[in-house]
Design a protein around this ligand. Sequence first.
Ligand SMILES: C[S@@+](CC[C@H](N)C(=O)[O-])C[C@H]1O[C@@H](n2cnc3c(N)ncnc32)[C@H](O)[C@@H]1O
Length: 296
Amino acid sequence: MDNDQIGLFNGDDSNGDDDVNEQSPSVEEPIYDSKGLLVRPVKPHSLNKAHFVSRYANTVGNAMKNKFPIRWWVELFAGPGRLRFSDDIDDSDGSPLQALNIDNPFSGYIFVDKDEECVESLKQRTSGYSNVYIFRDDANSPQLIEKIIQTVPKRALLILYCDPQGLDLHFKTIRSFAENYKCLDLIINFPVPAINRYLRAGNEELAADVLNHRFPRKLISGKSRAEAGEAIREYFLDQLREFGFKHSRAVVVRSDLKDTPIYDLLFSSRKWRARELFDSANEIGPRGQRTMRFEE
Ligand SMILES: C[S@@+](CC[C@H](N)C(=O)[O-])C[C@H]1O[C@@H](n2cnc3c(N)ncnc32)[C@H](O)[C@@H]1O
């Protein structure tokens, strides 16, 4: 592994299978708030993801407000805008609301979800904000991407946040954004253990789209689980490097219950300065702990 690209990775790729909500479609009954709007049930480790993403949004908003007068936040797999960690804790804002409520908001926001109830709930929750576009569509649809390209100016600083539930984000979707936007930073929930398990179970099709690899089982052939996880991550980073995305960080989000890795929160940019900002935004974790141990 190239340590210049990776932080906070300990090589353990064991099964984070308590994470029903993050990497596999939920089988639970839908939950609603007192206004009848959909709420997404999540495990406590989602607090980490929310923390890292919202801190980065706020840092970029503050640091880039003069350098980039046009800044857009595009979020694929946006969810309904409200999260429930447990019955004992008050619901929290989902990532769209967190990104909207930063000190220096972006010039515009696009949120995408394919689920009708999610979209309706998110529309109502964001109705008081200006310059918010919400599209109900498959995140990988070429028509959707075309619509986004028509909406977000090419010269904008664009932060693309992709938070899929499983093996749902296709590499070609990322490529379309990379080909159209020079100033693009990526934050991707990249499910290394789920891809690893999927390939080890003898499957290939979904991972082929996620990784942009015709025969992704080759990546793990003859490797231990940990080595296979590393090979998957490294291959994906290589794909990003082809588009100049040379400055990356992987924060491994772990389950609270078993302390097993669930996914990488992957940051990637063409600019080292952007990675510096991500680092500085996320030095301190959600519970006040120092979270990033970089090995450069
Ligand atoms: C992990 S949740 C997002 C949570 C959100 N980032 C937050 O923190 O509030 C994933 C969302 O992706 C949506 N989804 C799943 N497959 C999709 C697809 N192919 N295209 C668009 N949305 C999809 C689901 O409806 C779900 O709301």
